[in-house]
Design a protein around this ligand. Structure first.
Ligand code: G6P
Length: 617
């Protein structure tokens, strides 16, 4: 949801910022811009479109000079993507420049007030209002930039990560955050600083990073320690420098055509990384420190509420089946956006599990805050270390999937499910819902899941052939029952996200209550029909589809004979426990959507209108 990258120091800022924007493009890519200050002039170049279009502009303009500057890649909230609405935005005097990730909710009121005082606005953005508010305060209070930023941010309602530059104080950058992430990379001896929405733009320059906290701002000057202050009362905050574990290889494509494909293929390792040190099959143990430290809270819970958005919500649905089956705990699954505005009934006996790859999703974060305010215990399952959700929750587990850059979530989903499985087993063991022998059986079965995922990745060619046949379809239906109903939802989501084919996921039996009306000889239907669970029922559903001439792509267990007779295509998965099948059935559906999208010429890693992390409501 918009990416910010900036630099101040002794090097030429342009290549650092440009490269940073390329790495942050997953956050939004409908327009991009960079400002550079060459010691004399502020040069802003911006454009609708991708970072590559911005690069072309800079080359044509030969405007790459300056040792200070910042850039922005945008996912539009206020105003359509076009040149004027792109960031950076310059204040009326031409002295102040800003980039902003987030949303200023009361911008209209402020805009009216500023208009009365003679300010003119050229864009439809909330950001242009904010920079002029800062300018107006600076003028009125006769204060420095840092103070003006602080006072202005106390007047706005909303979420932001901002970077501001003042031509009259060209040796400093001011940054601030509330609700949207911002990291500062600290160069050797404070000779240079980097700012970015995540650390990826500066990992080759420094491993020392400060993650700005909510309601904090920082004044960054070369040669000085970073000055961090609370926005609310101006008190100084000690900087906490963290050592980055990220490396370049993790954020590059490593020979794959797309990040999504790379991330699909990373799943055997990612799943192993999730259970490493937690699943101790030989000792018959599951150790999840975040749970172990609060086990009573979980055991005494009236119910568990899983909260997430998008793919993470689908993982929560799988979690519901897992927890009910393995731990016999009542579970509800909620969208962050619905939960937070519904006045939900939450008590101190509730445990919330918030699931989020990025750890930054605004609705999930707001739902957590609400649950906490009502006394619930909140546990986070996040991928991004140090993210807002990881910090806001009482306890939690990281999935350790590594950076996920493709906008369509893949390894995040399977690792979230892995983590939920471990927790369900841990609780089931603690409350006696699962027998020792079943528990041990599960541990051994989970251990071999990565190998089985690996074998599924080898079906790539077969899935490509199926994709060729259906790439021009206009609608798809995905059906599954039980544990694989959420997988059907996830399969449909993947396809629509990246190929723009309309797709719906349904519990297979619900087909009769509506979707069956859509079925004819042009309708491809992906049915997850593994041989455990409700196999007979799903076979009947397949027969119903066949009777209406629908095209059936069935995901079945190896050796299946019955569905093979009925389906147009079968994709076989290795046998496993029913509760673990989502970890396998998901893989071919990811590959199917990937290949269809590539064949349709879609931008797989950066699908239109989407963003990797949604830090606005
Ligand atoms: C966006 C992404 C989805 C993701 C959802 C939740 O919509 O495009 O892929 O599932 O946000 O993100 P989170 O980071 O909270 O898992």
């Amino acid at each position: 949801m918009c990416g910010i990258a900036g630099y101040i120091g002794y090097r030429n800022a342009y290549p650092i910022i440009l490269n940073g924007l390329y790495r942050l493009e997953y956050r939004g890519y409908d327009s991009a811009g960079i400002v550079l200050f060459d010691g004399d002039t502020i040069n802003v170049l911006k454009t609708k479109g991708k970072v590559s279009e911005l690069e072309a502009l800079f080359e044509a303009d030969n405007a790459q000079k300056g040792k200070i500057g910042f850039g922005h890649t945008r996912w539009a909230t206020h105003g359509v993507p076009n040149h004027v609405n792109s960031h950076p935005h310059v204040s009326q005097s031409g002295e102040l420049v800003i980039v902003h990730n987030g949303i200023i909710e009361n911008y209209d009121t402020i805009k009216k007030e500023l208009t009365k005082r003679g300010y003119e606005f050229h864009s439809d953005t909330d950001t242009e209002v904010l920079i002029n508010l800062i300018e107006e305060i600076k003028r009125k209070e006769k204060c420095k930039l840092g103070k003006a930023v602080q006072l202005a941010l106390n007047e706005v309602v909303g979420a932001y990560a901002i970077a501001v530059f003042d031509k009259t104080k060209p040796d400093e950058l001011v940054v601030a955050r509330l609700g949207s992430p911002l990291a500062v990379g600290v160069g050797k001896d404070n000779k240079e600083f980097f700012i970015a929405s995540d650390a990826s733009p500066f990992i080759e320059y420094t491993k020392d990073a400060i993650y700005l906290e909510d309601d904090h701002m920082a004044i960054i000057k070369v040669g000085r320690d970073i000055n961090i202050r609370k926005l609310t009362d101006d008190t100084l905050v000690e900087a906490s420098i963290q050592e980055l574990k990220l490396n370049l290889e993790q954020i590059e494509k490593g020979g794959y055509e797309h990040f999504m494909l790379k991330e699909i293929h990373e799943q055997p390792n990612a799943i192993t990384d999730t259970f490493r040190g937690r699943l101790l099959a030989n000792e018959g143990l599951v150790r999840v420190s975040g749970i172990d430290d609060h086990i009573e809270r979980f055991l005494n819970a009236n119910r568990i509420i899983m909260i997430g958005c998008g793919t993470s919500w689908h993982a929560g649905l799988v979690g519901e089946y897992l927890f009910e089956e393995l731990a016999r705990v009542p579970v509800e699954v909620e969208y962050g956006s619905e939960f937070r505005y519904r006045n939900p009934i939450i008590t101190e006996k509730d445990v919330v599990i918030a699931i989020s790859q990025s750890g930054e999703t605004a609705d999930t974060l707001a739902a957590i805050k609400l649950a906490k305010s009502k006394g619930a215990f909140v546990y986070g399952i996040c991928n991004v270390v140090g993210s807002s959700i990881a910090r806001e929750t009482h306890s939690g587990s990281y999935t350790h999937a590594g950076p996920e850059i493709g906008v369509a979530s893949t390894k995040a989903f399977t690792t979230q499910i892995t983590m939920l499985t471990l927790i369900a087993l841990r609780l089931g063991k603690a409350n006696g819902s699962i027998s020792n022998s079943d528990f041990n059986k599960f541990l051994h079965q989970i251990e071999v899941i990565p190998e089985k995922v690996n074998s599924l990745l080898k079906l790539d060619e077969q899935i490509k052939k199926i994709s060729t046949i259906y790439k021009d379809a206009t609608n798809f239906l995905y059906l599954g029952r039980g544990f694989n109903f959420p997988v059907a939802l996830e399969g449909a989501l993947k396809l629509k996200e990246i190929s723009y084919i309309h797709a719906e996921g349904y519990p297979a039996a619900e087909m009769k209550h509506g979707p069956i009306a859509l079925i004819d000889e042009n309708m491809p239907i992906v049915v997850i029909a593994t041989n455990n669970g409700h196999y007979d029922k799903i076979v009947s559903n397949i027969q119903e589809i066949k009777a209406r001439k629908g095209k059936i792509i069935a995901v079945v267990t190896e050796g299946d004979e019955i569905v093979k007779e009925l389906a147009d295509h079968i994709i076989e998965i290795p046998a496993t426990e029913e509760a673990l099948t989502p970890l396998l059935t998901t893989i071919p559906l990811q590959l199917l959507s990937y290949h269809i999208a590539v064949m349709r010429g879609c931008n797989v890693d950066q699908p239109r209108n989407l963003a990797k992390s949604v830090t606005v409501e």
